[in-house]
Write a protein that binds this ligand. Structure first.
Ligand SMILES: *[C@@H]1O[C@H](CO)[C@@H](O)[C@H](O)[C@H]1NC(C)=O
Length: 188
């Protein structure tokens, strides 16, 4: 076992404890939404399913996108915590390369490295499939959000997006649904 493997294994156990999804190899480079139109993507989206990760702890999660300035999308993520309080975080997203508008990068803190936010598939008015991946040397960490314009999503659409994720190597058995029950989420 070489040093990189030792580090990778250590990282794996730390990340596993934090419920991140780590996979072998480097980040896949999936096809993204063609001719992505950020203007049509603005507004509110409901989380339907996601891969578990440490920075999302609540339910009823939504993401609201606004046009902050030309080429800059404002991001507001909200969720309802178990104690009944609402947690929110705001940031901004831009496409680094204008020729690849679906490959956004979002940052939530001044000076923090932006995280990829790739729109793999959206029809703008019912569903969006968002993928983010971080290279960790010989491993990578996957983030996925399937979002909808409504709090529920057609099972057919969900199945189609899930199989798209499976085809790029995402472990879809780890996807977890977000509670979007109207009564439970009424405080949002
Ligand atoms: C996918 O996730 C399941 C459930 O956590 C796990 O048992 C399985 O080993 C994972 N597969 C891969 C290839 O990581």
């Amino acid at each position: 076992m070489n040093a990189l493997h030792v580090i990778a294994l250590a990282l794996l156990s730390v990340m596993a404890a934090q419920a991140q999804v780590i996979m072998p190899g480097r980040c896949p480079q999936p096809a993204v939404q063609e001719d992505f139109d950020a203007a049509r993507y603005l507004g509110t989206w409901f989380d339907i399913v996601k891969l578990p990760h440490s920075f999302q702890k609540g339910e009823c999660s939504t993401a609201t996108y606004t046009l902050q300035s030309p080429g800059v999308v404002g991001v507001l993520n909200r969720e309802l915590l178990a104690d009944g309080t609402i947690n929110s975080i705001s940031g901004s997203a831009t496409a680094k390369d204008p020729s690849e508008p679906a490959k956004l990068a979002v940052s939530f803190f001044e000076g923090a490295p932006p995280a990829p936010y790739w729109v793999l598939d959206t029809d703008y008015n019912s569903y969006s499939l968002v993928y983010s991946c971080t290279d960790l040397g010989v491993l990578h960490m996957d983030f996925v959000w399937i979002m909808g314009r409504e709090p529920t999503m057609s099972p057919l659409t969900l199945a189609r997006l899930t199989s798209k994720l499976a085809s790029i190597g995402v472990n879809v058995t780890k996807l977890v649904p977000t509670v979007q029950d109207e009564e439970y989420c009424s405080a949002m």
